[in-house]
Design a protein around this ligand. Sequence first.
Ligand code: AHR
Length: 503
Amino acid sequence: MAKKKLAARICIDRDFTIGAVDERIYGSFIEHLGRAVYEGIYQPGNPNADQDGFRKDVMELIREIGVPIVRYPGGNFVSGFNWEDSVGPVKDRPRRLELAWNVVETNQFGLNEFMDWCGRVETKPMMAVNLGTRTEDAARNLVEYCNIEKGTYYSDLRRSHGVEKPHNIKLWCLGNEMDGPWQIGHKTAQEYGLLASRAGKVMKLVDSSIECVACGSSSLTMPSFGEWERTVLELSYETTDYLSLHQYYGNRDDNTPDFLANSVAMDQFITQVLSVCDYVKAVKRSKKTINLSFDEWNVWYHSNEQDQKLEKWVEHPHQLEDIYNFEDALLVGSMLITLLRHADRVKIACLAQLVNVIAPIMTSDSGAWRQTIFYPYMQACKYGRGNVLNTIVQSPTYESSHGDAPYVDAVVLTDEEAEELTLFAVNKNLKDDVEVTCDLRQYAGYRVLSHSVLTHEDLKAVNTEEQPDNVKPESGDKLSNIADGILNTSLPARSWNVIRLGK
Ligand code: AHR
């Protein structure tokens, strides 16, 4: 039977931009959790590790993505963490009961090792402070340790640890998910708002060049959502620069169309948080705008059941090791498009996480490989630069639990200097291709440079160490052409597409 022809239209105008992409929206996250640090980025003695214990194969894959920032050291972990445990001679560092994830933390890898690693993978840190069991005092000492050159107690302590130059860490998270009852030191919005304000204030007194991210809600479904954001911002507006959002999605009912519609829910979440930020701005008659840091987002559900069975108080167990399938990659692509469509206000975002723990990169003792979600993340990071154009997508829709969801999600970016356009598009129709047109007459002389397609006949297909290339992008160059100034492109059923245009 012939396939049905579905059609969509994308409208752009060269002069109508949403905003410049802040490269930090392609950030990621390394938490002291499971095998993210130990056996993930750090494994002394492993044949793939360098002389300092850093996994070379993993560093190579991270460089392939070009991850601009990495949030560290948590996550739930940070709310019980004493940063002082993780610096100084390794042999003197304490083994601690780690109460967020019920394991033992050896502190063999700590702050200075992380900063060293950041330099090697050419990324920047997004450091989180503990506002669960600790207060502004520990936070300001940490900023002093990291950012002051010399001549004070904590800067000289760093130097005595062999790190002469300050780390100059510019981006700081004021705690993690403080609205969540599971969080060590969970607080009410009132308690947290006051603490975030005090912490941000003293941290900026130590170094006025830093930026602070206050905790928003741990998900859209939190009962305190909305009120939490309002209260926290009302109390900490002066010292807060960004408000965080966290959200994970899963296909628990094995309903793929509904699962793929979660990007609509993500879009609604962003819009609603922005409304609260702007409400507080109005009430305060403030000139300052609070932007967003979507510093945990991903698919997370495959490993939940397995993780219930974990033994307690062991070191770096296999925890949160979701094996991502092809449909997960489609949603990740769609979520990246959603973030880009909010480029004017979403300035930071972190795919949670980076290695082994709900991650695009997996390791074993013998190697490292790319999960399915690696590809949309890497391609967005690589090609999603420049300015986001206001991209109007006229697409057939389907019903979902989040309302009408378009089959085609898309966004166009322009790099005027390089004279290039990039179109990211997902076709969520599981059976039919969608024929898309886009009027490009403002871009005379542009041609199709490449069309990359990620698709697979099996929605549940995965990549493994034995079969690392089962799901990977292929050339779809024959699917796109420009005729009489109109881009005609065919988006295969169930596909993530990157179409690059230029002269
Ligand atoms: O990323 C895994 C966990 O998810 C983080 O530790 C926590 O912040 C969130 O609940």
